[in-house]
Design a binder for this molecule. Structure first.
Ligand code: AMO
Length: 444
């Protein structure tokens, strides 16, 4: 394993020791230097046990009373000590301390909430008000370790399949997904918007010759929803692929990603998954059900009526329940959404022109993806823009690409916070957002 180590230079005794991260301790030399925060102090009469926490874990330090007399919870410290095996210590290793130095002083009277308590008693709002303190709790850090590995897996999986990462503009001139859910921004003397999705640009890059692209970036939705599943700024994992045969190729690609992701998480996030008592299945085959059929199932099986041309949040929960019972799968693709429910770029279905070659992916009762094949013919797209009551001139920058041999193409987008939340079975999407933005929260 590549060891991440830094050189430790003590001002006092000039000892040259490389810094060891706690998860590297089993392979480290006897004499070690650790850095981190004071997680817990257990003061027994003859000895003091300190739990030291760094980004990779927690370890027990065995200290003399006089070494720790000014130490307080959450001080940032550097420790020189000797590694010892002790079956009773958490992790089987403890450190006999030679020297502790405070490198980050404290200026608080009382912590806003306990960082080391078994149960997190603070409300979610209080935790989010003090985000950097709540992130110090190991089980909260674990959420972002998992989230980080989701991104890594997404990147790796796609790069292995000839996709290139892109970064597109987030300050834009016109609405992409339709609707009025756009944040406006003063752009010098013009009104501009924050991008709801990189939709147009990812398609344009397919046409620009990249063929296969992906983007991991923020998306902005001025939605007036203050719910457990909506953010006003979220991270979108976007994919767009040229020269496709149909939308099923995209569903195959996404299904492949979910399988790749689960394998990757099992390898990289064992400890974090255990913390949340998550067991990921071995192999996933995702059923594909036409939306109309799903609506019928909801009515017949659960007496659940759905809105025209769609299913609602309760329908998503019930269709997931049905699929779990029938196919033992936490995921379901809903296919063939009606034209009326999809944006102007969605490709109409070959057989029924009222339907589109688009899909949603529902994961354990929540939509985590929308995707589909797009219209790639210039004239057809222009006509569709008019049919949607929009002015093609407003989309000149987008339409231009379609004049020069635009191949059949399509893609999808996964909400990063939503997939994180569902994998870890969190109850609120804000828990899976590092710095959440919702209708009421603009700080920290
Ligand atoms: P859509 O608008 O369905 O599709 O968004 C895709 C996915 O992004 C996530 N998402 C959200 N997550 C948190 N809070 C929100 N307010 C929010 N809105 C959306 C969801 C959703 O499934 N351009 C298309 C994608 C495509 O066709 O490629 C689009 O953006 O997980």
């Amino acid at each position: 394993m590549a060891q991440l180590k830094e050189v430790f230079m003590s001002n006092n005794d000039n000892v040259n020791l490389k810094r060891t991260f706690i998860n590297e301790l089993s392979e480290a030399d006897e004499k070690i230097c650790l850095r981190g925060w004071v997680h817990k102090i257990v003061d027994l009469s003859h000895v003091v046990f300190i739990k030291l926490r760094d980004k990779s874990g927690v370890v027990q330090l065995v200290c003399q009373k006089d070494q720790v007399k000014d130490l307080r919870l959450e001080n940032a410290i550097e420790v020189i000590g000797t590694k010892c095996e002790n079956k009773k210590a958490p992790g089987g290793i403890e450190i006999l301390v030679d020297n502790i130095k405070v490198v980050g002083k404290n200026y608080y009277d009382k912590l806003p909430f306990e960082v080391n308590a078994c149960k997190n008693k603070a409300t979610l709002e209080t935790q989010l008000d003090h985000r950097t303190i709540s992130l110090r709790r190991p089980e909260i850090r674990a959420i972002f370790k998992v989230q980080n590995e989701i991104e890594v897996a997404f990147r790796e999986y796609l790069k292995e399949r000839h996709f290139e990462q892109i970064h597109t503009a987030k300050i834009i001139d016109s609405s992409t997904e339709g609707g009025s859910e756009m944040f406006t921004v003063n752009y010098f003397d013009k009104r501009s918007f924050l991008a709801q999705s990189p939709q147009f640009y990812k398609q344009m890059m397919v046409g620009a010759g990249f063929e296969r692209v992906f983007e991991i970036g923020h998306a902005y939705r001025a939605e007036l929803h203050n719910t457990w599943r909506h953010l006003n700024e979220y991270v979108s994992l976007d994919v767009e692929m040229g020269f496709i045969k149909d939308e099923y190729e995209l569903m195959d690609l996404e299904e492949g990603f979910i399988n790749y992701l689960y394998k990757h998480l099992k390898e990289t996030c064992k400890k974090e998954l255990q913390m949340y008592k998550i067991e990921l299945p071995q192999k996933i085959n995702i059923p594909r059900i036409a939306l109309d059929k799903a609506r019928q199932i909801l009515l017949e099986e659960y007496n659940k009526k759905s809105p025209v041309g769609n299913i609602d949040a309760q329908g998503e929960v019930l269709i997931s329940k049905y699929v779990k019972e029938k196919y033992d799968c936490d995921f379901v693709f809903l296919t063939k959404y009606p034209v009326s429910k999809r944006p102007m770029y969605a490709m109409p279905d070959d057989k029924d022109k009222n339907l589109t070659k688009s899909f949603d992916l529902i994961f354990d009762g929540l939509e985590i993806t929308t995707g589909g094949q797009r219209i790639h013919d210039y004239e057809m797209l222009k006509e569709n823009i008019i049919k949607f009551g929009l002015n093609p001139e407003d989309f000149d920058f987008y339409l231009e690409t379609f004049k020069y041999g635009m191949p059949p193409h399509g893609g999808f987008a996964i909400g990063l916070e939503r997939i994180t939340m569902k994998i870890l079975k969190l109850s609120n999407i804000r828990q899976a957002s590092l710095i959440p933005r919702d209708m009421k929260r603009l700080t920290p």
